[in-house]
Design a protein around this ligand. Structure first.
Ligand SMILES: Cc1ncc(COP(=O)(O)O)c(C=O)c1O
Length: 334
């Protein structure tokens, strides 16, 4: 799992049998990830316990169901938010997307992309703009001869585009065969999960072009808030504070310089009505990388420009105050 991660996904994996099996891959600056580290980890696991590829129903009789197509079994899973990530706001560069897919093919990995922020691209509509290419499309375009399933599945949602209460999303695969397997998964096959009614309404909104207008409006609002956020960080936060680029999505990642107690300052902020999502909230369960020491996720999805500025001002003042506070003096020596 790319770390820091979308924190709620930890429990989704743990509840599906991955407890104790999750490892963190560091997201570097600007959405790049440590792909060398992924290869090192895979090589080390494979050299100790080589995994069998192309598993057949004889290998897994306990999950074989004669009434459904035989599952495609992957040996590993990578979870990533490649575009405008949650929580760091980063976007994985194209070459790294391609390299990750090559690794996935080599080690029989399924890459699960949470592509939920792609369309909240603040440059959409500008001249020569193109969206960051989804990894599932790269997989499709370069599918090796004879490959029936592909190695990427893309999860997307209308939660960020129309409203989370709709509980409606979609998945894309590189091949029809993998799509068929997803459709015949337990939850979908029961007919209970997909929101048929909401999907019909959204279908009409798509056909009429209203969704495009709503998304363009969101992008116009969020990009203004992103500018306000960056300006406020520059104005009020201590020298040496960094903020990730905010070209789309909901989030930016602010990193405090050395000499500030991030978690203590966040506690103090809460006493002043400013709730900060410190980096420790976004660790991969069981494999922490220490994101809480300096990092904070900030969001532009809820508060308007003046509220954003007001919150950052309070945060900046409390940073300065914490810096200036004298060391406590032991009374015995007075
Ligand atoms: C990366 C990521 N995936 C999934 C979700 C949840 O989406 P939905 O509301 O469609 O369940 C979120 C929402 O915060 C998210 O940030």
């Amino acid at each position: 799992m790319v770390s820091p991660t979308y924190f709620l996904i930890n429990s989704a994996f743990i509840d599906n049998g991955y407890a104790g099996k999750l490892s963190a891959i560091r997201e570097l600056c600007n959405g790049e990830i440590d792909i060398d580290e992924i290869e090192r980890q895979l090589e080390s696991i494979e050299s100790e316990t080589p995994s069998k590829k192309n598993l057949t129903k004889e290998d897994i009789p306990e999950i074989y169901d004669p009434y459904r197509p035989m599952k495609k079994l992957y040996n590993y899973l990578i979870y990533i938010v490649p575009t405008f990530s949650n929580p760091k706001g980063g976007t994985l560069p194209l070459e790294s997307r391609t390299r990750l897919i090559d690794i996935a093919r080599k080690y029989n990995i399924l890459i699960v992309c949470d592509d939920v922020y792609d369309l909240l691209d603040f440059n959409a509509g500008k001249a020569n703009h193109s969206y960051h290419k989804k990894m599932v499309y790269l997989d499709r375009e370069t599918l090796p001869d004879g490959e029936e399933f592909g190695n990427v599945v893309s999860n997307a949602t209308f939660s960020k585009l129309l409203g989370p209460g709709l509980r409606t999303g979609w998945q894309e695969t590189a091949t029809p065969k993998l799509a068929e397997l997803l459709a015949s998964g337990g939850a979908n096959k029961s007919g209970g999960t997909p929101g048929h009614f909401n999907t019909t309404i959204i279908g009409e909104l798509l056909k009429s072009g209203k969704v495009d207008k709503i998304v363009a409006n969101l992008n116009a609002i969020y990009s203004k808030r992103a500018e306000a956020l960056k300006a406020a960080v520059r104005k009020y936060m201590p020298k040496g504070t960094s903020i990730s680029p905010v070209d789309g999505g909901y989030f930016a990642w602010v990193t405090l310089p050395e000499g500030y107690d991030n978690l203590k300052i966040a506690e103090e902020c809460a006493n002043h009505g400013v709730i900060l999502a410190t980096g420790d909230n976004f660790e991969v369960t069981g494999d922490p990388l220490g994101w809480g020491e300096h990092g904070v996720r900030v969001s532009i999805s809820y508060l308007d420009e003046s509220q954003i500025e007001h919150g950052i001002k309070i945060w900046g003042e409390l940073c300065q105050a914490s810096r200036k506070s004298p060391e406590p003096v032991c009374k015995d020596y007075l």
